[in-house]
Design a protein around this ligand. Structure first.
Ligand SMILES: NC(=O)c1ccc[n+]([C@@H]2O[C@H](COP(=O)([O-])OP(=O)(O)OC[C@H]3O[C@@H](n4cnc5c(N)ncnc54)[C@H](OP(=O)(O)O)[C@@H]3O)[C@@H](O)[C@H]2O)c1
Length: 270
């Protein structure tokens, strides 16, 4: 797996990591064992940046358990998500308990109460519990506010949606991120799975073979990761075999504008 310098943060991240929204919001022995199998596969394949949030129900807890024995090999990205400053502090305490006392990337989820949480996370960073502070949003109408937070100079990373049918960040966010030296995490690389509704045929994927791409998921991941302003994509899956398939997209050669345009055409074909 290719490792990439995460903006100016000093952290090195894999090109492909893993998300946990919905897929890790599970309870019970069998479902949690399955989550562990997904994490084991991610770590074995070098896709070792794992993203969660208190917004994702059981996901932080399930992820923390699945990382037992493997925590040192992982880069944990999680979030604070609450309007309350007190509850924000409690969320961070809980997460530090789940992730061995430190979190590599702590993000302010959907910019909720970002001013207070930012100051709190700066204190956690000064105490050595957090390495990089980030901010996330998924809605186009919030990207202006995200840009405002970026311009404070107080965050080192952002997390935004980016895929061939959701490209607003190209104009509104990625140019600033590159200028400011911010790490960029790509959420929703498959548009929450919507991009699998029409699967291109093997013949349509054939021209992408020289890029190591044999499946549609790999084509989509390579599409976003070939933008040099982006660092790590975090597809979510509940299936270990798909985790491996996704991780295999994290190596060069990267697409030129020509292949990116081709994949975008396939993604929007009806
Ligand atoms: N505001 C925020 O901060 C925010 C918002 C949204 C998401 N996120 C983060 O970004 C992560 C990714 O986004 P997402 O979960 O919304 O959507 P996504 O990664 O774009 O898509 C996930 C869907 O794709 C399917 N999938 C995964 N790999 C596949 C493959 N190789 N072949 C076919 N299907 C595949 C999964 O189903 P199976 O389980 O059946 O494989 C799942 O339904 C989240 O988990 C979360 O960590 C953050």
């Amino acid at each position: 797996m290719e490792k990439r310098r995460f903006g100016a943060s000093g952290l090195d991240v894999p090109a492909v990591g893993m998300g946990t929204w919905r897929t890790f919001d599970v309870r019970g022995k069998a479902a949690e064992a399955n989550a562990r199998a997904v994490v084991d596969q991610a770590l074995a394949a070098g896709a070792n940046l794992v993203d969660s949030s208190p917004m994702y129900g059981e996901a932080e807890r399930v992820l923390g358990r699945a990382l037992q024995g493997g925590r040192d090999a992982a880069i944990v990205a999680t979030k604070v998500w609450t309007p309350s400053a007190d509850e924000g502090r409690a969320q961070v305490e809980r997460a530090l308990g789940l992730f061995g006392g430190h979190v590599e990337l702590y993000q302010i989820h959907n910019l909720v109460n970002w001013r207070q949480h930012l100051a709190m996370l700066e204190r956690s960073k000064a105490a050595g519990q957090v390495k990089v502070i980030g901010a996330t949003h998924y809605r186009e109408d919030a990207l202006g506010e995200l840009a405002e937070v970026m311009r404070t100079g107080r965050i080192g990373a952002i997390q935004v949606p980016y895929n061939p049918v959701q490209r607003e960040v190209e104009r509104l966010v990625l140019p600033h991120a590159a200028e400011l030296g911010l790490g960029v995490v790509i959420m929703r690389p498959f548009a929450e799975g919507a991009l699998f509704r029409r699967m291109p045929s093997p013949d349509e994927l054939e021209p992408l073979k020289p890029f190591g791409v044999t499946t549609w998921s790999q084509a989509l991941l390579k599409w976003s990761l070939s933008d040099p302003r982006c660092h790590v994509a975090i597809p979510a899956t509940s299936r270990p075999a798909r985790m491996l398939e996704n991780a295999q997209a994290g190596n060069p050669p990267w697409f030129s504008e020509e292949e990116r345009a081709y994949v975008a055409r396939l993604a929007t074909k009806t």
